[in-house]
Design a binder for this molecule. Structure first.
Ligand SMILES: [Zn+2]
Length: 456
């Protein structure tokens, strides 16, 4: 039997144990809550870390608790740091619509249901069993593997900010908190507040989240309803406008289609549609914003930031939220930009374009692009392992979103989602296919040997 088959047999034989260890983690509702003494992200997140630590010790790994922000488990005792695998044990709130208990593992039709099944408790268990497999099958490992489990990925990754100040990451690092084949490029990200003196708009609201295309937007204005209706007809955009009168004001509601800010071309922006309509009716503040953010445009051309490169693609941007504050129309913009640009460069270009229409610009979040070379031995080795185990082609991918390793020097995302896999991540009835859980463990075990095994 060759090595690959031995690993497959081992992982298959541990199926029930994997499922029961995963059930232990899913049972803890590790949704961020109020910090308390020694619990930076709430008590349940610490309970999840402690439970995972207990499981790691049971299989003979050397654990360390980093002040209840994260725990780690080493394959070798006192080994030099070499490979890190980074997962998180916190989850998003259960939300509505579940047909199964969100905090109990339910196995049905080859699927394992429960909050965290795919994001990221299942993948954490897969990584742990990969280490267990390497250890118990007695493969010779001469470089250390460290599993790092955090507890604040879903709410800003303050766990890793803390961890990095106390411990350094191993020189090689991947997170099973993204997708296969492998993510080596994550675009830069900025969030900007833009404001312009407000004259005619009495109130306005756009989306509820900065990182999504708003599916609805609403405004109250002192313009006759009839004028707005006639203009709306002329626009014939793929947005529905409802125009009514209320307390001497005209109320306009625009209905578009939501999409994530990293893929705004899939949505229809209700806010820029609304601003376009108001601009056509000579509302100065709307004209300024419509000039920078024309309805239907997502590449940043009109606000001066359009650019692209071969490896990471083009800028995407969304005007997502709006309000009237301090006599100003204030809107929030989300920008994803390629590795050829920097936060500073994008900001300068945006400021120039905005100044021309008297809009002021204030960055509220800035994060530079993340890039690990596709030519590095590390990336090539992981992609080889992926091809070898799955038989699928392994090409690195660039994304507009940020993963758990965005703020690290050298991390890539490697799994745990397979292309085309369904899993209801962050939604009701989240699940991981049992077969995917096992395949993840198999891939990670092969990766550990390829990266840390004794050279023959
Ligand atoms: Zn995650």
């Amino acid at each position: 039997m060759n090595r690959k088959e031995m690993i497959r047999n081992y992982i298959t034989s541990k199926r029930d144990e994997m499922v029961s260890d995963l059930a232990e983690l899913i049972r803890i509702p590790s949704v961020m809550s109020e910090p308390s003494d020694g619990c930076p992200f709430g008590e349940n997140n610490v309970r999840a870390l402690r439970k995972a630590e207990e499981i790691c010790r049971k299989y003979g790994f050397f654990t360390h608790n980093c002040d209840n922000y994260a725990i780690s488990a080493d394959l070798l005792n006192n080994g030099e740091k070499h490979l890190g695998i980074l997962c998180h044990l916190d989850v998003v709130p259960e939300g509505n619509g579940w047909t199964k208990p969100p905090f109990e593992l339910t196995a049905e039709d080859g699927k394992l249901f429960g909050r965290g099944a795919i994001d990221d408790k299942g993948p954490a268990i897969a990584a742990l069993y990969a280490m267990r497999c390497v250890k118990e099958l007695g493969f010779t490992i001469d470089k250390n593997v460290r599993l790092i489990l955090g507890s604040n990925e879903e709410n800003g990754s303050a766990d890793m900010e803390y961890y990095q100040k106390r411990e350094s990451f191993p020189p090689l690092l991947f997170t099973p908190d993204g997708s296969y084949p492998l993510i080596n490029i994550e675009k830069g990200m900025m969030r900007i507040k833009l404001s312009h003196k407000c004259e005619k708009i009495v109130s306005i609201s756009g989306g509820a989240m900065v990182n999504a295309v708003p599916e609805a937007a609403k405004a109250q204005v002192k313009i006759p309803a009839e004028t707005l209706r006639r203009t709306a007809e002329r626009l014939a955009a793929n947005v529905r406008f409802d125009i009514t009168e209320e307390d001497g004001l005209t109320v306009i509601s625009a209905h578009g289609k939501s999409a994530h800010a990293s893929t705004p071309e899939l949505g229809t922006n209700a806010l820029t549609a609304l601003l376009k309509l108001l601009a056509e009716c000579d509302v100065e503040e709307a004209k300024a914003f419509a000039a920078l953010f024309p309805f239907g445009e997502t590449d940043g051309a009109s606000c001066g930031i359009k650019c692209s490169d071969e490896v990471s693609g083009a800028v995407t941007t969304v005007l997502s939220m709006a309000e009237i504050s301090g006599g100003k129309l204030v809107c929030t913009q989300d920008i994803r930009f390629p590795v050829c640009e920097s936060c500073k460069g994008i900001l300068e270009k945006l400021e120039n374009a905005a100044k021309a229409v008297c809009v002021s610009v204030e960055p509220i979040m800035q994060s530079e692009p993340h890039h690990v070379s596709a030519e590095s031995d590390f990336v090539k080795t992981l992609l080889n392992v992926y091809e070898n185990v799955t038989g699928e082609r392994g090409e690195p991918i660039a994304i507009g979103g940020g993963t758990y390793v965005h703020e690290t020097e050298n991390g890539v995302a490697f799994g745990a989602e397979f292309p085309g896999d369904e899993n209801n991540m962050h939604g009701a009835d989240e699940f991981i296919k049992e077969e995917s859980l096992l395949l993840n463990a198999e891939i990670y075990a092969n990766a550990i040997i390829a990266l840390c095994g004794k050279e023959e």
